[in-house]
Write a protein that binds this ligand. Sequence first.
Ligand code: NAD
Length: 345
Amino acid sequence: MTTSASRPLRAAIVGAGGISANHHAGYVQAGVEVVALCDPAPAALAARAAAWGVARAYPDYEAMFAAGGFDVVSIAAPTAVHHPATLAAAAAGVSVLVEKPMALDLRLADEMIAACKEAGVVLMVNHQLRSSGPGSKARELIAAGAIGRVTHVRLRQAHDWGGVGVRPSFATKASSGGGTLLDNGCHLADLARYFGGTVAEVYARVATLKYAVEVEDTAHVSMTYSDGSLGLIEAAWTATGWEEGFWVYGTEGALECTNRYGPQNLRHVYRASPGTAWDRTDVTTFEFTGAPSHTRHVLAFVAAVRGEAPVVCSGEDGREAVRLILAAYASAAANAPVRLDAFAG
Ligand SMILES: NC(=O)c1ccc[n+]([C@@H]2O[C@H](COP(=O)([O-])OP(=O)(O)OC[C@H]3O[C@@H](n4cnc5c(N)ncnc54)[C@H](O)[C@@H]3O)[C@@H](O)[C@H]2O)c1
């Protein structure tokens, strides 16, 4: 790695589309200057470069890495680009925050992990829900035994593309690798492990119900954990509005979090008071202020690159999320459960 405590970090971003703004906002908050951008779409590139005051704008990442002058890069281009751009970053000695899903398949993920290890650069995957206020607090409460032994994990992420239809880079298998099950579901696959541990088996169903696209727009995955507890992933582009939520149930309480009825607070539900009824429980509500989850995740990435904190979501974590989703696709195709321990992509 080329960083040193004495010199401030500088960043570059691959891709100037929708999610690049979240990475830029994170670097601004971290005090890391974004010095270079690349995107083959001239209008998107010019608009972002002008808005962010970035002087060095390139039509491709090869030219950007050849020019160098930055320590970290966010890869915020379509999923098919994650692998080649990560390899180019590693070859240039640049640490990588790569968008999710990490890669289109496990071989590509393995190559990304190996290249970054060999180059001695940090590889972190942008499953930013790990860094969210509710997500990180829930993990802490589960580890502290606040809900006893986890029995069921329910995870939902669903939306309707703001009512304007599927963004073109998400509509084809070649560009995105899959539909909502991969796009939204990979975040949930990561949270499934983050909250519940090792997933042993998946049984999935997928359908294309609303949009004229070659990928699925509605999916669910039933999971069995290695300790016998159960889980459910719901991913959809056939919702109305934007939904993000998780519910973790345990033998001694539950954790509930949804954005549907107000701020995305975390509710810890439990029974401590005597004489409560079936529908009356004790509740501790956690409210979170400050930076959104994407910004928190970029801050965590910068801290990891500086050697101040461990990597929050490693390449291996990103690979496991992809593996679970690929196993879910295999399950849906076979209409049968798929064991994870035997599944190699
Ligand atoms: N973490 C999250 O919650 C989250 C949310 C949205 C998207 N994403 C992920 O981020 C990635 C990008 O999604 P988006 O919503 O920004 O898509 P988008 O279609 O809005 O933007 C993608 C941009 O990448 C550019 N691009 C295409 N090929 C490129 C290349 N070779 N080099 C550089 N740029 C290239 C496109 O021209 C476009 O401007 C996808 O992998 C997606 O899954 C993650």
